[in-house]
Write a protein of this length. Structure first.
Length: 318
């Protein structure tokens, strides 16, 4: 899971990553971001490990892409946008401190800059395609109609992510470098105007989470991760295989086949079924066998939905 940290200079991106990872990183190339993998401390994983006594426990990780931002008003270089496009989710880092910066205005400034950038980009794409069609170099297709629809959406100053579209259409927009089709969340750094900032994030259809990078402890970091996973639309599931107990991340609403693919593509190809138990039931009874005896183990086909906290055992021919 890759999360791009996008924000103006001084927003606290590097400080946030340092607080979460416990290590300080420095970027010496302003156009080359630093990528830092941060493990998510997971109490449920530790509780499962207490029951099964594995030789190895593996926590889930988030790879943060710390992209150096420009001063507000300077505009984002296209190289910065390019780095952000190679992420799964983009976190807009907003300084919510009392140092004279208005976090709501800063969020609006960031969003308008991205909206105007995509509007100009899609306008140029459409103009080029229409010219090629008029000269017989391209046949008109449904893609042009879809792009016209996207252009109208952007003109209303609304991110493309809020449009209803198929997965293939999202992939198509990303391939054209349209950043507002990506998943976004707002990451507030500080404690000022949080209610107003969260309301504004909801207006843009973004998730919201908060941390004060200057004042963190174990409890505040755990609270951040809970907020972050919800804001990013992620759940955690667990596996107990051989000598390893492991936590995994999946988008909310994923199937057990998606879970199998997250573990290994070959396991997904040979998928037969999945045995699933709730975390609470496993901790209470101590094993899959005990959960089966109590009727608390469910057998799922490919389309079964994985829920946050599920412990999953995949049966596969591979």
């Amino acid at each position: 899971m890759k999360v791009a940290l996008l924000g103006y200079s001084g927003s606290g991106k590097t400080e946030i990553v340092a607080a979460l990872s416990g290590r300080k990183y420095e970027s010496f190339d302003p156009k080359k971001p630093v990528v830092i993998s941060v493990k998510i401390h997971d109490r449920r994983l530790l509780a499962i490990a207490e029951k099964v006594k594995p030789e190895k426990t593996t926590e889930p990780e988030i790879a943060f892409i710390d992209i150096k931002g420009p001063p507000e008003g300077m505009g984002f270089d296209e190289k910065i946008i390019e780095h952000a496009l190679f992420s799964d989710t983009i976190a807009l880092v907003i300084p919510a401190t009392s140092q004279g910066r208005n976090p709501v205005n800063e969020l609006d400034s960031l969003c308008l800059e991205l909206l105007y950038r995509d509007t100009d980009r899609i306008k140029g794409i459409l103009e080029k395609r229409h010219q090629e069609i008029s000269h017989g170099k391209r046949k008109k297709s449904q893609e042009e109609d879809f792009l016209e629809k996207c252009f109208s959406h952007l003109e209303k100053e609304t991110f493309l992510l809020s449009m209803e579209m198929r997965h293939q259409e999202k992939v198509f927009l990303t391939s054209l470098g349209l950043i507002t089709s990506k998943k976004f969340l707002v990451l507030a750094n500080g404690n000022t105007m949080l209610t107003e900032l969260q309301s504004r994030a909801t207006h843009y259809n973004f998730g919201f989470c908060q941390i004060d990078a200057a004042r963190t402890d174990k409890e505040s970091i755990e609270m951040f991760w809970k907020q972050f996973l919800i804001a990013a639309g992620l759940i955690r599931f667990y596996t107990i295989v051989g000598k390893e107990t492991r936590a995994w991340l999946l988008p909310e609403g994923s199937t057990v086949l998606d879970a199998a693919a997250a573990i290994h593509t070959d396991i997904a190809k040979g998928f037969v079924r999945a045995d699933v138990v709730r975390y609470e039931d496993f901790i209470s009874l101590g094993s899959f066998a005990a959960c089966r005896e109590k009727g608390l183990l469910r057998s799922e086909a490919k389309t079964g939905i994985v829920k946050d906290g599920d412990i999953v055992h995949i049966h596969s021919t591979r």
